[in-house]
Design a protein around this ligand. Structure first.
Ligand code: PLP
Length: 445
């Protein structure tokens, strides 16, 4: 690190509090300053090149220098840089994007609502679910079911749904009634000898038992990522989603698919819901919606959700929710162009094909003494590191091995992400065969 008093690194240390960073250690370690991007690569301020094997934060589908998105933003900036969508106001890009998303949905959806981050979209989903319950005359129907190791964001409500310790500890969240189910990670949670199907059956039973114990009439919704991302790239066991859905339907509980990572090609089909046959009532999306060139997020809801919300807003006089930048025209224009690129270049097909290549390369490491499990679907994968393969444990301090390997990979020019002791890969959807091989050869060092 450049520790000259006025270096860019020193100024970062002096003035910038980083999210998801040990603030004290940062005073010593300093930042990695990224200066520019090109395709799947980013370059630091010393010109060193890295494969961005996490697409930033699981988000830059089209790569780091897509001129068409720059042009879409510029054109829209010149025409109408900002307008809002409150009180019946609208504009072309937001209308087009709403129509586009509803058209792309894997199950019939009625309306799209726009927000700016995944957390805001999750908060909005939660608020609309409660609003709907009141509209239906079911004020007791407010509890939410999530799974351990879920990640749904960090605003107060979203953080309550997130089920990772660091997002709760010392924050004094005002936790609404949230019920947490077992994480559907077969390798970690299954009983000895239990098949994926039997594990899924057991989790569906746990869900049903919980619903019955709490009273079905008190449960509003189940939130789930089709593949849990930040919790460690947890791919659900075979038959899991079918069994969970059957239970939710039986008790008339809404299903919210958090597609913030899975949406727009990541799992090798357009949505995680498509990959797993999920039929959500609400879909939450962000990240690859705009390839994160600008903040954008949205949720879609079906008629079952929209109908009562419409009636309640009429009774009250307005839907008292929304953000200054809901459906921001520049973000909407960028999202539209981004979706066009994903479709025109068949980046979803590419994710499926390149995902297989990535997976084959990672699977070849299964016998390595430090590899406990390789998992993934489409172009999202993780390698669980262990020091004791029998006990499925790593070093004494959880996460220490993951952090060590991750730092080594960064040094070697590969940006991955350690989630406890799992190393995640989630490269841009545009990645080529040669680039997958380059990624793998850096990982194998
Ligand atoms: N939901 C999922 C599945 C996510 O992975 C994330 C972020 O990583 C969020 C919600 C929150 O999104 P944001 O960081 O934009 O608030």
């Amino acid at each position: 690190m450049n520790d000259k008093p006025n270096s860019i690194e020193a100024r970062d240390i002096a003035y910038h509090l980083h999210p998801y960073t040990n603030a004290k250690k940062h005073l010593e370690a300093g930042p990695l300053v990224i200066d520019r991007g090109e395709g799947i690569y980013v370059f630091d301020n010393n010109g060193k090149r890295y494969i961005e094997a996490m697409a930033g934060l699981w988000s830059v589908g089209v790569g780091f220098n897509e001129e068409r998105l720059v042009n879409a933003a510029t054109e829209q900036m010149k025409r109408l840089p900002y307008y809002h969508t409150f009180t019946h106001k609208s504009h072309g890009p937001v209308i087009e994007l709403a129509e586009k998303l509803v058209g792309m949905a894997p199950v019939p959806m009625s309306k799209a609502f726009f927000t700016n981050s995944g957390s805001e979209a999750i908060d909005t989903a939660l608020k609309l679910i409660w609003y709907r319950a009141n509209a239906l005359g079911q004020p007791e129907r407010k509890k939410i079911i999530v799974r351990n190791r879920a990640y749904h964001g960090v605003t107060i409500a979203a953080a309550c749904l997130t089920s990772l310790p660091a997002n709760h500890r010392s924050f004094d969240l005002i936790v609404p009634d949230v019920l947490r189910m077992t994480c559907p990670h077969h390798w970690r949670e299954a009983l000895p000898g239990e098949s994926e199907e039997d594990f899924a059956t057991r989790l569906a039973k746990e869900l049903e038992d919980t619903i019955l114990a709490e009273g079905p009439e008190t449960i509003a919704a189940f939130f789930g990522e089709p593949v849990q991302g930040a919790g460690g790239v947890v791919v659900p066991p075979a038959t899991y989603w079918q069994k969970v859905q059957a239970v939710l339907r039986k008790y008339d509980i809404l299903l919210v698919a958090d597609e913030v990572i899975c949406g727009f090609g990541r799992t090798g089909t357009m949505f995680g819901s498509t990959t797993y046959g999920i039929e959500p009532d609400i879909m939450v999306m962000s990240k690859q919606l705009s390839s994160s060139y600008l903040p954008a997020s949205a949720l879609m809801m079906n008629d079952r959700v929209f109908g009562p919300i419409m009636e309640e807003s009429d009774r009250i006089g307005t839907l008292g929710h929304g953000y200054t930048a809901s459906g921001h025209p520049v973000a909407a224009a960028v999202a539209l162009e981004n979706l066009k690129i994903i479709e025109e270049r068949d980046l979803v097909g590419n994710a499926a094909a390149m995902g297989r290549r990535l997976r084959d390369g990672l699977d070849a490491l299964t016998d390595h003494p430090l590899v406990g499990e390789v998992r993934g679907v489409g172009l999202i994968a993780a390698v669980e590191l262990v020091t004791d393969r029998e006990a499925r444990t790593a070093l004494e301090t959880p996460g220490a091995l993951g952090a060590l390997v991750n730092a080594h990979l960064q040094e070697a020019g590969l940006i991955s992400r350690a989630m406890t002791d799992a190393i995640a890969f989630c490269p841009p959807l545009i990645i080529t065969e040669g680039e997958i091989d380059e990624l793998l050869s850096l990982f194998r060092i």
